[in-house]
Structures are given as structure tokens and as C-alpha cells.
Design a protein around this ligand. Structure first.
Ligand code: HEM
Length: 179
């Protein structure tokens, strides 16, 4: 089974998480999207401290710019969810070889589904911009292995827990007034 086939069930589950579904329908407020960006920043920072197959994948600066765009407008949501912290801590414990399945997961997510997402989010969406997308995708395709399935599915589980908590925080009214 290919990696894509072995992770397709979890991909579908992640895609259907209410927070993700709302994002895809263009229904997130700026505060809600900002909260999501803060979580993405933790994930990208944890991975990029260890390394990437090519520098052009690097997302930390771009996510910071997207965050700044919203904080400059007065929005704020700068807290790290427990589920995000758990994933970032886990990522931080991995070697370069071990973190690669999570590079596949989190960077392909931005390059594939993300291109549709870019049009729907309340931000310029620099996080979804790659100077040379084909080269960036190829740098991951060149190293990916079908044996990563369990680890990639584990990464999906962390992401799913994060989407659960994101939706719970949004529903709790803890975020500042929507806009
Ligand atoms: C609404 C949310 C999402 C949509 C609409 C979406 C859509 C897509 C599409 C259209 C593709 C390319 C076609 C395909 O291979 O089936 C794709 C690939 C991919 N997505 Fe997503 N996606 C979403 C969420 C996610 C999330 C949350 C993750 C993981 C964090 C993720 C990880 C991936 C990966 C790793 C691939 C590459 C599969 C491969 O070709 O090896 N996606 N996605």
C-alpha cells in the first residue's frame, strides 16, 4: 500500500473535523484563524529546529507574517493549546530522520489542500505560498517511504486532537469578540 493509501482514512477524518470544515467554507473569524496560525507556528518551529529536506519548505517566517497581519489589525489569540503542545513536544523529541514523516504530513497539507484553503481564510495566506512548489513537493517525494504510514497516521491523530480542541475553544466563547 502506498503512503497516501495507508493514510487516506485519517486524511478523510481530519478533513471532516468541524474546525477544518468551517475553515474550508470560509467561515472562520479572524480571531479563530489567528488561533489556528499560532498552533501551526508551534508545529513548524518544532520541525524546522530539527531540519527540512530543502530550505524553500520553511514556513516559520511566513506564518509569523500572517500572524502579524492579524495582530496589526488588533486581533489576538496568542495561546498554545494542550494538544498543540503535546504534538510540538513530541516533534521536538525526534531526530531528523524521524521527523520526516511529519514533514510529509504537515507540509504536503499546506501545499495540496492548502491551495484551496488560501482562498477561504481571512488573511493574505502567505503560509500557502511557495516560490517553487514543484521543487518543494519533489524534495519530500524524493525521501518519502511507504514505511512511514504508522508515523504519519500518528501525526494525523495529533492534528485531529488539535482540530478538536480548536473547535472546543471557539465554541466556549474564550476568544475575543468575533470579526
Ligand atoms: C479541509 C481540509 C483538507 C482538504 C480539503 C485537503 C485536500 C487535499 C487534496 C485535494 C489533496 C491532493 C489529492 C489527494 O492526494 O487526495 C491532499 C493531499 C494531502 N493532504 Fe490534505 N486536505 C485537507 C486537510 C489535510 C490535513 C489536516 C492534513 C494533515 C495535517 C493533510 C495532509 C495531506 C497530505 C500529507 C497529502 C498528500 C498525500 C499524497 O499524495 O501523498 N490534509 N489534501
Amino acid at each position: 500500500m502506498t503512503l497516501r493509501e495507508a493514510t487516506s482514512q485519517k486524511h478523510k477524518q481530519a478533513e471532516e473535523m468541524p474546525f477544518n470544515a468551517r475553515m474550508f467554507k470560509g467561515q472562520l473569524s479572524k480571531n479563530e484563524y489567528l488561533l489556528y496560525l499560532e498552533q501551526q507556528l508551534q508545529i513548524f518551529e518544532a520541525i524546522e529546529k530539527t531540519g527540512l529536506p530543502t530550505n524553500s519548505l520553511s514556513r516559520v517566517d511566513k506564518v509569523r507574517q500572517d500572524i502579524k497581519e492579524l495582530t496589526d489589525q488588533g486581533f489576538s489569540a496568542d495561546f498554545v493549546l494542550d494538544s498543540t503542545k503535546a504534538y510540538a513536544d513530541y516533534l521536538g523529541s525526534l531526530s531528523y530522520e524521524e521527523v520526516l514523516p511529519h514533514v510529509y504530513l504537515n507540509y504536503m497539507a499546506i501545499m495540496f489542500g492548502g491551495q484551496m484553503m488560501k482562498k477561504k481564510v481571512p488573511s493574505t495566506g502567505r503560509m500557502y505560498d511557495f516560490e517553487n512548489m514543484q521543487e518543494a513537493i519533489q524534495s519530500i517525494r524524493a525521501v518519502q517511504k511507504n514505511e512511514w504510514a504508522d508515523e504519519a497516521n500518528k501525526g494525523f491523530d495529533f492534528n485531529i486532537a488539535m482540530f478538536d480542541e480548536l473547535e472546543a475553544v471557539c465554541a466556549s466563547g474564550k476568544l475575543a469578540a468575533n470579526s
